[in-house]
Write a protein that binds this ligand. Structure first.
Ligand code: S5P
Length: 266
């Protein structure tokens, strides 16, 4: 099936080429899974991507939790992601003033040179997005910002009024790739989708095929329900990387998410 048929208005109303790249890869792999690759060593990360790469549509990293990080090892890891057609999404949750966010795209980790997407909180105001975009421009690259409009963790302070302000700004900003929504609460997600419309993507953490919540206040919902409620990408961490058989689980998440997208269109 062609990407424009599968994604419908999400395709026709989205002007960003990177969003279309994601939608095409998702179609090719029949997966809406972004792996949250939250492992602490380069060897574990490489092993994970080798095992589950074929079932993924994107890769999310937390570069600052890797114990034995080196630029060379990271570059090899990023090459594996590119070979598997994956956009690389550094979940840095930037939140500072624009000029500092721009500098933080550089530094030891050089995020601007390898990340296609980054997350940001809008708490400091809209200049954080422009700062991050300037960071990519500084090295002649393009990227997109995912703004945290909701969170999956219990007791978070992103209330509906704040969410509405984030959406109002992000909807019309060309540097904004989309929004992070709460995958654990389909009713909240539906409201977010109504506010966002079809012009931007919504990616959702807080999803798991197992019943029950996670450690330290993480809340989980079902991937199918998240996609039916309007999610365009399920972000899955421990459901895959802590599984006894990560490839089998990644395949299960891919199937659940893809089938839900097909069902959404019916
Ligand atoms: O609200 C959020 C936003 C994010 S980006 N809640 C989250 O859990 N995340 C991220 O998604 C979090 O940093 C982690 O990398 C991933 C969820 O991992 P899991 O193991 O709970 O699936």
């Amino acid at each position: 099936m062609q990407a424009n048929e599968v994604w419908g208005r999400r395709w026709s109303e989205n002007a960003l080429s990177m969003a279309r790249t994601y939608m095409e890869v998702a179609c090719k792999k029949q997966s809406l899974v972004c792996l949250a690759a939250d492992r602490s060593t380069m060897a574990e990360l490489n092993q994970l991507i080798d095992e589950v790469g074929p079932f993924l549509a994107a890769l999310k990293t937390h570069v600052d939790l890797v114990d034995d990080w080196t630029p060379e090892a990271w570059s090899t890891f990023c090459s594996k992601a590119s070979a598997a057609d994956l956009l690389i999404f550094e979940d840095r949750k930037f939140a500072d003033i624009g000029g500092i966010s721009r500098k933080q795209m550089s530094g030891v980790y050089g995020i601007r040179s390898w990340a296609d997407l980054v997350t940001a909180h809008l708490i400091s105001g809209p200049d954080v997005v422009d700062g991050l975009q300037a960071g990519w421009s500084d090295v002649g690259r393009q990227g997109g910002v995912l703004l945290l409009a909701q969170m999956s963790s219990r007791g978070n302070l992103l209330d509906p009024g704040y969410t509405a302000k984030v959406v109002a700004l992000g909807k019309t900003h060309s540097g904004v790739f989309g929004f992070i929504g709460n995958g654990s609460r389909p009713d909240e997600l539906e409201l977010l989708r109504q506010a966002v419309g079809d012009g931007k993507l919504i990616w959702t953490p807080g999803v798991n095929l197992a019943v029950g919540d996670g450690d330290m206040g993480q809340r989980y919902g079902n991937p199918r329900e998240a996609v039916l409620a309007g999610s365009d990408c399920i972000i899955v961490g421990s459901g895959i990387h802590k599984a006894a058989n990560p490839a089998q689980q990644a395949k299960a998440y891919a199937e659940a998410s893809w089938n839900a997208l097909v069902e959404r269109n019916e």
